[in-house]
Design a binder for this molecule. Structure first.
Ligand SMILES: [Zn+2]
Length: 361
């Protein structure tokens, strides 16, 4: 049975271990020790991605989460009040995704204790999810035996099932200009900042429709007030749950850069990289229907939701697995207001427990 007190203790212990993306050694060691103690075999790769296995009967099932957290996330001091855990206000809480980790650990502990029939479980805990799914991208997914599973990395109360996620492109550009003295002979220069500004001005950015977004997030350039700048770098992105829309948006951003370069008689270097590929499931998809049934068995009405964000589930699905992201209970992720109610985490754990146990027919 899911034990709320133990679940809370696990959560408090995990959030007290600093784990900003790229600094996961300590949390990986803690998770390895806990999983090992529960009788799982544990493997860590060079990046500290963790794969653990609990034997069972039938077809293997995947439980996934990530161990890194965003900033400000050092020295987190969790405060529990009226069944809700928050930070002390100076940091994030780290429920994203330590609530997911705690749910998985509680489900495993409960299975090991009560010994009900269950499928073999493969637990994957990645690093550097928050840096662009870098851990999942580096993980040797061909080693996984599970073909289906859940990732506990969506916010909101229990019952959320993320059935579609976008594809995303990363767009990087260097707008070249020509340096000149801004007071003595500006006509000899080409202002790369002005060219970049024209390019951005001609881009459609922000929310473009309910499934497509675009952003320029970084612009850097210029060296001095009195020098016509000869170089500006830009970094942006586009996302859509429709691949054709993503490709059109990315192409239009590239064209805006090239048109501005032509207009200013200069050049631009543009690099486009597909960051991850989206997925779209329906309630008929096997994992979705299993999870919906599990929600109802746990007394929660399932909510099928789309997301505008990528997660490790995108990477698993790209490799041919069928993985949906589902809630771990947190709210206000990536802010100092982040919090999680113990009762939500416990319900999420019950959903996962029902899902796992229903896979034994
Ligand atoms: Zn997360």
């Amino acid at each position: 049975m899911i034990n709320e007190t133990r679940l809370l203790d696990t959560f408090l212990a995990l959030v007290r271990i600093d784990s900003p993306s790229g600094e996961e050694a300590a949390i990986a060691q803690e998770l390895e020790a806990r999983l090992h103690k529960l009788g799982l075999t544990v493997e860590l790769d060079a990046m500290h991605n963790l794969v653990a296995r609990l034997p069972g009967q039938g077809t293997p099932f995947l439980l996934a989460a990530h161990m890194d957290t965003v900033m400000p996330g050092r020295g987190i001091k969790p405060v529990v009040e009226d069944g809700v855990v928050r930070s002390d206000g100076t940091t994030i809480l780290g429920a994203d995704d330590k609530a997911g980790l705690s749910v998985i650990l509680e489900v495993l502990q409960s299975l090991v204790e009560d010994q009900p029939p269950h499928p073999p479980l493969e637990v994957v805990v990645t690093v550097q999810e928050e840096r662009g799914l870098l851990g999942a991208k580096a993980l040797d997914i061909s080693r996984l035996q599970a073909k289906m599973g859940v990732s506990l990395d969506s916010g909101g109360p229990a019952g959320a099932i993320v059935v579609s996620a976008p594809s995303a492109d990363l767009i990087s550009a260097v707008m070249h200009g020509k340096a000149a003295h801004a007071g003595a002979n500006p006509e000899l220069g080409i202002n790369a900042i002005v060219a970049a500004a024209d390019a951005i001005h001609n881009m459609r950015l922000g929310r473009l429709d309910e499934e497509t977004t675009a952003n320029i997030g970084i612009i850097q350039g210029g060296t001095a007030r009195n020098i016509v700048p000869d170089r500006v770098t830009l970094a942006g992105e586009a996302r859509s749950r429709q691949l054709a829309k993503l490709e059109a948006q990315t192409a239009s951003m590239v064209e805006a850069l090239q048109a501005a370069a032509r207009q200013h008689k200069t050049t631009v270097d543009v690099e486009v990289k597909r960051s991850y590929t989206g997925y779209a499931f329906t309630e008929k998809t096997a994992i979705v229907s299993h999870l919906m049934a599990a929600c109802r068995a746990a007394g929660v009405e399932p909510r099928l939701v789309p997301t505008g964000g990528g997660s490790d589930a995108n990477i698993f699905n790209t490799h041919g697995l069928q993985v949906v992201n589902t809630s771990m209970g947190a709210a206000g992720e990536h802010t100092t207001e982040e919090c999680v109610a113990l009762s939500d985490m416990a319900t999420c754990a019950n959903v996962v427990m029902h899902c796992v146990r229903s896979l034994i027919s």
